[in-house]
Ligand binder design. Sequence first.
Ligand code: SF4
Length: 114
Amino acid sequence: MAMEEVDLEKELCLRFCSYYKPPKDNILACMGYTVIKKLLQKGNRIPFRKTERKISFDTEKLLIENMCIVCPFYKEDCDFIQRKEESLPCGGFILLCHLLEENFITIDNIKDIR
Ligand code: SF4
């Protein structure tokens, strides 16, 4: 999908993110959202496809070290990073993990734009 065709709140946040709430005003976006948005702006093809396949620990670690560390929610507000019970990562993180594992993107694509 090209950027101009994508309603990211609908395709990404509503579909993939268990933390999504409709925005009241200009609230801060998490890094997962920002990276997906920039990948689309750069012309990357992103299939917004849900899969039940479990994400590997290595992929999670790679994305935490290269993306989450610069997320505005990383230090205090991300339950997944804080390891609160069985908290899930944000929707952008989940989708990016699958895109990495399916070789749609590389970690360098993320490092280049974050
Ligand atoms: S998983 Fe948490 S820290 Fe990582 S991008 Fe998403 S909200 Fe930010």
